[in-house]
Design a protein around this ligand. Structure first.
Ligand SMILES: [Zn+2]
Length: 253
């Protein structure tokens, strides 16, 4: 698998990057226009691998043209610029609905009672290698690249959490430095967020972060990538572990 993939990647590397793609990226992805030299080349390579290796599927009557696929790939590859993941190895498919879609859910409460129903969703990430999006949410995020929320960054963070156990396990570097691990730092910050919300204090991120530790990580990631200043000021310890995890300085995006 690895050999075949690497061979296909080398073939892709040998071809020039499409001018049509370049124009679309310049128009819609402000981070791309800011990139230079080696970083830009690396970003283009990642996008190409994503486009070649993941399958896209329009659902609910969605017409998924190449530009839409490209823009999803482009957003999904921004968190990868520092090398946190080799293009989401567990991710196979991206499903896209035109707008908010209905999905069945079942939830077991503390009392063991299972509630089932249907709820509206704008995106989700499955452990089994599937991302699901509502296109109008992505289009909204593309128009507001600095509002601190981005559904693609959010769902991709769940893929990375799954890949690395980011919110569950400590990493080698943390054991080396003797500092509290990433998981421990995130858990402590999550408790701090719950306390702040309890006291009615501002938290500077979407309150959805309070749902659980995984959502906390995903919400922190999306805001950190779009508004690093906000996380640095309000959540400096989270900024520190995200920089280490993503091997990325979001100030330059
Ligand atoms: Zn989530």
């Amino acid at each position: 698998m690895g050999f075949l993939r690497n061979w296909k990647r080398r073939k892709l590397d040998g071809r020039p990057f499409s001018d049509t793609w370049r124009r679309a990226l310049e128009k819609h992805i402000p981070q791309y226009s800011k990139m230079k030299g080696e970083q830009k080349e690396r970003y283009e390579r990642l996008i190409r691998y994503f486009m070649a290796e993941k399958s896209f599927e329009g659902c609910g009557g969605m017409e998924l043209d190449e530009e839409k696929k490209l823009l999803i790939a482009a957003l999904a590859c921004i968190p990868l610029l520092g090398g946190v993941s080799d293009v989401y190895p567990y991710l196979r498919s991206v499903l896209v609905y035109p707008s908010v879609y209905q999905a069945p859910y079942s939830e077991s409460g503390d009392d063991g009672v299972v509630t089932e129903g249907v709820e509206s969703r704008s995106g989700e990430s499955w452990d089994q290698g599937v991302l699901v999006f509502a296109w109008d949410e992505i289009a909204y995020d593309l128009r507001r690249p600095r509002d601190g929320s981005n559904i693609v960054f959010h769902e991709c963070a769940h893929q990375l959490d799954y890949e690395w156990g980011a919110t569950m396990e400590d990493f080698a570097w943390q054991r080396r430095t003797g500092e509290p691990g990433m998981a421990a730092t995130l858990k402590a910050s999550y408790q701090k967020l719950l306390e702040k919300l309890d006291r009615g204090r501002p938290v500077m991120v979407d309150e959805y972060a309070a749902t659980n530790i995984h959502e906390f990580f995903a919400v922190m990631t999306e805001t950190w990538l779009e508004r690093p200043d906000r996380i640095k000021t309000a959540w400096p310890e989270v900024d520190r572990v995200l920089r280490e995890f993503y091997q990325l300085n979001p100030d330059f995006l």
